[in-house]
Structure formats: structure tokens, C-alpha cells
Design a protein around this ligand. Structure first.
Ligand SMILES: NC(=O)c1ccc[n+]([C@@H]2O[C@H](COP(=O)([O-])OP(=O)(O)OC[C@H]3O[C@@H](n4cnc5c(N)ncnc54)[C@H](OP(=O)(O)O)[C@@H]3O)[C@@H](O)[C@H]2O)c1
Length: 286
């Protein structure tokens, strides 16, 4: 039995589908009141649980052989990872944990709270004595869907400086995770999941211009301006500050490593940003 947490999200929902396509027995952890995406088949076992509620996690993990541990970005995300790991230990079955972290986690970058939470989760996992594997994706192509409205008006305005980032398609992240979950031989591995190239943001804007058929300009805005904009737009401060930290990592060129782990795991090359932009041309103004 493979238990998938974060199962209704961008990556987790696709992991559930991919595991079912391989005939795996899957239990999806859902929050109370959710029944999961329509594309899941009836054989997906649904269980209500919350990362902040250890009793619910005990019930959700009972009988697990493998656990996909994906927590949402949240001020308590480090505690949420610890709670799932502790519940896995309490099962007494030593389930294999596949921790969905973030690229660079093994370098323990400081001052980037989202990655720092995964560093602390990985430390806890190592200390737990459970068998573990890490999948560590870089920023998803799909994050740019949130900037589509601005792209349609001809501007990509973010505080990413000039740094290149080896963004990855969330579908490739899910496919790689499915392989790690469904097959043996991954203990102690940290798989860095990236696209096939590192792109600076002016190259990203060029790709949007190509599919939109009109100019799209990248404007590197100052971090303080970006933070004020996010707060004005209603973001909570913890998350907005975390995004600024992440953009700082990107701007410094610390997210540019290109890895071949997607292809190693899935047997096919990682999707390019060009493919992603073309598939979503209408969204970006084409
Ligand atoms: N986005 C990126 O570019 C990127 C890059 C690298 C790594 N990451 C990492 O990827 C993870 C996010 O993945 P994602 O984008 O697929 O997530 P997502 O779409 O935000 O989905 C989060 C999932 O967690 C569930 N969830 C939220 N709070 C919960 C709680 N208290 N108890 C139980 N379930 C809860 C959500 O359920 P509901 O549907 O009920 O809300 C949903 O299924 C984060 O750990 C992040 O650090 C992201």
C-alpha cells in the first residue's frame, strides 16, 4: 500500500493517477470534506487526515509500505513533515518514506524558509531510522500560470534578477516520483528534478513572446517592491517573504544546476519550457 499525502495538489494528484496506471494500491490522504479530483478511479482509497493532527495521521498511515510525503507551503510545514514521519515510525512497519523536498536541499541553503523546512524534515527523517529517498524538484513551469494575466499584457515582472533557473514541469516531477514510489533500490538517494536547461527570466519572457505572437518583456523588480505588491494583493507575510527569499536564491544563480534525474527515472527526457509554453499558448495570450 502506497500512501500519498498532498494528494489533491499540483504534484500529488498526478502521482495518484500515475500509481493507479501502474496498478498500485493507493491510499490518498485528503482533508475532511474533500473527495479528490474527478480523474481518480474508485480504487483509490480516500482517508481524511490533517498534517497537524497526529491521531488522524496514525489512521491514514496504518498498513503503509511506502509513503509519499508532500506537505504544502505553510508556516508549520516543517512540523507537518515531522508529524508524518513520527506517525510512520508509530506504525511499527518501517514504511519507506519518499520525501518531496526542493532542489538544493542537500546543500542546506540558509535564509530560504521553504527549503529550510525541508532540510529540517530530512534531518528528522534520517534520525527516524526509516528507509528514505528524496525527490528534490526545482521551481515548476506551472508557477508561471500565476503570472499569465501580466504576461498577456506584455510584461513578466518578478524580482528574479538575472539568475538562470532549471525550472521543471510538475508532470515530470510526478512521473519521477511514481517511479521512485513503485520500484525498489532508491534508499538514501536524493534525486534532483529539473528541466533540460537553466533559463534566465528574459529567456522565459522570449518564449512567452514566441507563443503569444507579440512582445513580452521581463522587468526585474526590486525585492521590496515585489514584497509590497504581494502584501497588497493579500498574500500572508510569511509566504510573501518566503517568495522573496526564493527569488534571491534564483537571482544569485544558485538554482541553475541541470540534472538528468528525470530522464534516469522516467526513461524519457524532461519536458522543455518551450513545450510547456506552446501547450499553454492560449493562457499566455497566443
Ligand atoms: N511550486 C514549486 O515550484 C516547488 C518547487 C520545489 C518544491 N516545491 C515543494 O512542493 C510542495 C508543494 O507541492 P504542490 O505545489 O504540489 O502542492 P499544492 O498544490 O500546494 O498542494 C498541497 C497539498 O497539501 C494538502 N494540504 C495542505 N494543508 C494540509 C494539511 N494541513 N493537512 C493535510 N493536507 C494538507 C492540500 O490539500 P487541500 O487540497 O485540501 O488544500 C494539497 O493536497 C512544497 O513542499 C514545496 O516546498 C514546490
Amino acid at each position: 500500500m502506497i500512501v500519498v499525502t498532498g494528494a489533491t495538489g499540483t504534484v500529488g494528484s498526478k502521482v495518484v493517477v500515475g500509481l493507479r496506471e501502474r496498478g498500485e494500491a493507493v491510499r490518498a490522504l485528503l482533508r475532511a470534506g474533500s473527495s479528490g479530483p474527478a480523474e481518480w478511479d474508485d480504487a483509490v482509497e480516500r482517508v481524511a487526515a490533517d498534517f497537524s493532527d497526529p491521531d488522524s495521521l496514525d489512521a491514514a498511515l496504518a498498513g503503509a509500505d511506502v509513503v509519499y510525503l508532500l506537505v504544502a507551503v505553510h508556516p508549520q510545514m516543517a512540523a507537518h513533515e515531522r508529524n508524518v514521519i513520527d506517525a510512520a515510525v508509530r506504525t511499527g512497519r518501517r514504511p519507506r518514506i519518499v520525501l518531496h523536498a526542493a532542489a538544493g536541499v542537500e546543500h542546506r541553503p540558509e535564509g530560504v524558509r521553504f527549503v529550510g523546512a525541508h532540510v529540517s524534515g530530512l534531518d528528522h527523517l534520517r534520525d527516524s531510522g526509516l528507509p528514505w529517498t528524496v525527490v528534490a524538484p526545482n521551481g515548476f513551469y506551472q508557477n508561471f500560470l500565476g503570472a499569465a494575466e501580466s504576461v498577456r499584457t506584455g510584461t513578466l515582472a518578478v524580482p528574479g534578477g538575472e539568475g538562470a533557473v532549471s525550472y521543471v514541469d510538475a508532470r515530470d516531477v510526478a512521473a519521477a516520483a511514481v517511479e521512485v514510489l513503485a520500484t525498489e533500490g532508491h534508499e538514501g538517494a536524493v534525486y534532483t528534478l529539473t528541466g533540460p536547461a537553466a533559463l534566465p527570466l528574459d529567456a522565459v519572457a522570449e518564449q512567452f513572446a514566441a507563443v503569444a505572437g507579440r512582445p513580452v518583456a521581463y522587468t526585474a523588480i526590486a525585492p521590496a517592491t515585489a514584497l509590497a505588491g504581494m502584501l497588497d494583493a493579500g498574500w500572508d507575510r510569511w509566504r510573501a517573504e518566503g517568495m522573496i527569499e526564493l527569488y534571491g536564491l534564483y537571482a544569485a544563480g544558485h538554482a541553475a544546476e541541470v540534472s538528468s534525474d528525470v530522464e534516469k527515472l522516467t526513461g524519457r527526457p524532461a519536458r522543455s519550457f518551450t513545450e510547456f509554453a506552446a501547450e499553454h499558448a492560449a493562457v499566455f495570450g497566443g
